[in-house]
Ligand binder design. Structure first.
Ligand code: GLN
Ligand code: ZN
Length: 762
């Protein structure tokens, strides 16, 4: 009998209807007890397991479920709790666990950051003065639960020691090896207890090896996994990587583990096999179904790849699985009742992906003929989608006809900035905001009512206009120089455009976890993208009609729209990015024709899209800058293009930022002012720039003195002629009174520094 097995790397936690989110939030709000929370989440977890069993998956993951985040779970496993939460050892209780994630009155939350190149965020472990100890073997608990309650002999999932430590903070680099030694026996104990309980397979996630790591890190892995092999030879370890090809493949693939898990969707893992072969004594766990996208896989293409892979392994030592945890895709497409049936026919969420894994396993074991029915059905669905939506000749021709001129502004920055100054008549150190203004409960509930058809289009439009009107007056009153309309009409900066461009669609239930209980619903890009009619012109023109000061047009850039959507995979991503750029260009031209003098194109996701494989950075950054210019380059010399990004460590992308050729950029800075300013000491930046002068994530109102200092510090390295004064990011999450108070302080600080500057210039 063939030894080929099907497997899964992790299942979405949130439940088909986001029951998980509701349970967590009900508990946080004090509406249900801890016992009720446990009851509800147990039910969700067991249901998830049952579904995977019914689907026919051989190796079902256990321990991937979480009440918040799996990195935080790992910290809880080892009693890594920062001192400020008054933890005194033992199992970390539920409230302490949530306190680390969310903060409590007297202790701020731990930092949260993006999980590799995904939009999932994990809680950064703070090792500082913690004393690691195995306080709760969670993997064991979940293994036993699945066995006892559902008769499932699960595959426990553990976050590996090397990745866990590399993602942690609170220690010096020199202490790394020492920490590895500290954690090693604790991991051995986990594995021993699992083996004692009867577990045969355990998946140890080490995605850090999908990025470039130092020699020291590779050596640490060799040591750790050798120790596991010596101490717990009974258990079959899968060393699991994902999101990119395995770094240092030649050495890592030789680790003394039973199986190596590789991603055959995102990294060129097949190339690795062809170049270096695969160890004869190991099982290859092949991630073949895309765990990060929602489109159905071509069964025939995947089978072809699997047949090639099979040639490299010994005696069917193969596991077939998704490329990563399915945490990054929605649960099931069966709930989608409204979406176009042709599009629905091409979709595959977590449950459907597991079917694909099972089908492929069968096809590989028993031959293509055994799954011919599935292959035919899929072909029909994909052909249908292709013919209906993926052959927009007009768009394609436009792309083919692009020339150098399309991505280059006619007038160099030094000349056009003079024309812009003449037209805009702004003072030294002009003040502005990033775009969104407070989305009050009233703004949100009115939008919901309108969506449900409870209020008319006209009433909704009037409501949005009233808000624009009121806020133009407020901004004038505060004395801001360049105004915004406030984005009251937008639910989300990507979905808003997704609903209006051709080639996009939105789902009803396509939620994925972003951080904690917060879920996002990325739009789908199912076909060729094009612009049909103006999207933002009405609101911008209305806002501009109310004031003599310039109002910025406000758009989301092509890189961000692409990175925050589920993009179909039948065409290169860069090609689709170009289509989005051309669609945006038409919107920008429409704004310009309507006399909007400043247009901001936000790219907050540009940095996070940076590939894990550093060899791919240059290409990505070049393409990103190119499409940004494609969208923005055709405007007149005296139309000012702004962009905005919200992360401060941008040394890696400094050249790219310059290559965008935007006249003005605003960047989030206030949490790391020193660092960013030093970037400007080392690099010369000639265009205009606003480094955020206050943190918008906090309700705190800064003082004038503080903001003056922030501005003055930046002016040490950036000329006042180049500098803009603005908050870190959009203000939509803040309350109205906080926003007004903080903006007043900002304008006052800008005016004071402006006065000093003018005095010294004289
Ligand atoms: N213009 C957007 C806003 O102000 C930018 C948001 C962002 O950078 N994430 O909300
Ligand atoms: Zn931002």
């Amino acid at each position: 009998m063939s030894k080929i097995k099907s497997s899964n790397l992790g299942y979405p936690r949130i439940g088909e209807n986001r029951e998980w989110k509701r349970a967590l939030e009900a508990y946080w709000n004090g509406n249900i007890s801890e016992n009720e929370l446990i009851e509800k989440t147990d039910e969700i977890r067991l249901n998830n397991l049952k579904k995977q069993k019914d689907e026919g998956i051989d190796l079902i993951p256990v321990g991937d479920f979480s009440l918040y985040d799996h990195v935080l779970d790992t910290s809880a496993t080892f009693g890594i709790v920062p001192n400020r939460y008054n933890y005194s050892g033992g199992k970390v209780d539920t409230d302490t666990y949530f306190a680390i994630a969310r903060g409590v009155d007297d202790a701020v939350a731990s930092e949260m950051t993006k999980w590799f190149n995904t939009n999932y965020h994990y809680i950064v472990p703070e090792l500082n003065d913690a004393t690691p100890d195995l306080v709760e073997n969670r993997a064991l608990h979940y293994y036993k639960e699945a066995k006892e309650k559902l008769g499932i002999d699960g595959k426990p999932i553990i976050l590996g020691p090397i990745t866990y430590l590399k993602l942690s903070k609170g220690y010096q680099e020199a202490e790394f090896s020492q920490l590895v030694n500290t954690f090693l026996p604790l991991y051995v104990q986990i594995l021993q207890e699992l083996a004692d309980a009867g577990a045969t397979w355990v998946q140890i996630d080490e995605p850090i090896f999908s990025s470039r790591v130092d020699e020291e890190v590779i050596e640490a892995a060799e040591k750790v996994y050798q120790a596991f092999a010596n101490e717990v030879p009974r258990i079959n370890i899968i060393f699991q990587t994902y999101f990119e090809k395995l770094f240092a493949y030649e050495r890592i693939s030789k680790l003394p583990v039973k199986a190596i898990g590789l991603d055959f969707v995102h990294g060129d893992s097949l190339e690795l096999l062809k170049t270096y072969g695969f160890p004869k004594d190991k099982v290859l766990a092949a991630g073949i179904v895309d765990g990060r996208n929602v489109w159905r896989a071509s069964l025939e293409d995947k089978l072809t790849i699997l047949e090639t892979i099979k040639q490299f392994v010994h005696e069917d030592q193969l596991i077939i699985q998704p490329s990563s945890s399915l945490l990054h895709v929605p649960v099931t497409k069966t709930l989608e009742g409204k979406i176009d049936s042709v599009i629905l026919g091409g979709l595959s969420f977590a449950d459907e992906k597991l079917q694909e894994v099972v089908t492929l396993t069968k096809g590989l074991k028993e031959g293509r003929a055994s799954i011919q029915g599935e292959i035919n059905e899929l072909k029909n669905a994909l052909n249908n989608l292709q013919a209906t939506y993926r052959s927009n000749d007009v768009v394609r021709k436009e792309i083919t006809n692009l020339t150098e001129k399309d991505s280059k502004r006619n007038t160099p920055f030094a000349e056009r900035i003079k024309l812009q100054e003449e037209r805009l008549q702004l003072p030294l150190l002009p003040t502005t905001t990033i775009g969104s203004l407070p989305q009050t409960p009233e703004v949100r509930s009115t939008r919901t009512k309108w969506r449900k058809g409870e209020i008319t289009d006209l009433d909704y439009e009037q409501f949005v206009n009233d808000n624009i009107n009121r806020w133009i007056a407020i901004q004038e009153e505060i004395g801001i120089d360049v105004l915004v309309h406030g984005e009251f009409e937008r639910n989300d900066m990507v979905e808003y455009f997704g609903e209006k461009f051709n080639g996009f669609s939105v789902t009803e239930y396509g939620w994925v976890q972003s951080y904690g209980s917060r879920c996002v619903k990325p739009p789908l890009i199912f076909g060729d993208v094009s612009w049909e009619k103006p999207i933002t012109v009405k609101e911008s023109v209305y806002a501009q009609s109310l004031t003599h000061r310039p109002v910025k047009g406000m758009l989301t850039g092509p890189v961000t729209i692409l990175n925050w959507s589920f993009v179909h995979d039948t065409k290169p991503r860069y090609e689709i990015m170009k289509q989005i750029a051309l669609a945006l260009r038409k919107e920008i031209e429409a704004l310009e024709e309507n006399n909007i003098k400043i247009i901001q194109v936000d790219e907050p996701a540009l940095r996070e899209g940076l590939p894990l494989d550093a060899d791919k950075w240059d290409e990505y950054l070049e393409e990103a800058a190119y499409v940004f210019r494609l969208a923005t380059a055709t405007v007149a010399a005296d139309t000012q293009i702004h962009t905005h990004m919200c992360y401060s460590n941008f040394e890696d992308i400094f050249d790219c930022i310059d290559a965008l050729d935007a006249d003005v950029i605003s960047i989030e800075t206030s949490r790391s002012h020193g660092e960013l300013v030093s970037t400007f000491e080392e690099n010369t930046y000639t265009k205009e720039i606003g480094l955020g002068v206050y943190d918008i994530h906090s309700p705190r109102i800064p003082s004038v003195e503080e903001l003056k200092q922030n501005i003055n510090r930046a002016l040490k390295t950036i000329s006042p002629k180049q500098f803009w004064v603005n908050p870190d990011c959009g203000l939509k999450t803040r309350k109205e009174d906080e926003t007004i108070a903080a903006l007043k302080v900002m304008v006052e600080a800008a005016k004071a520094v402006r006065k000093d500057q003018l005095a010294t210039q004289k």
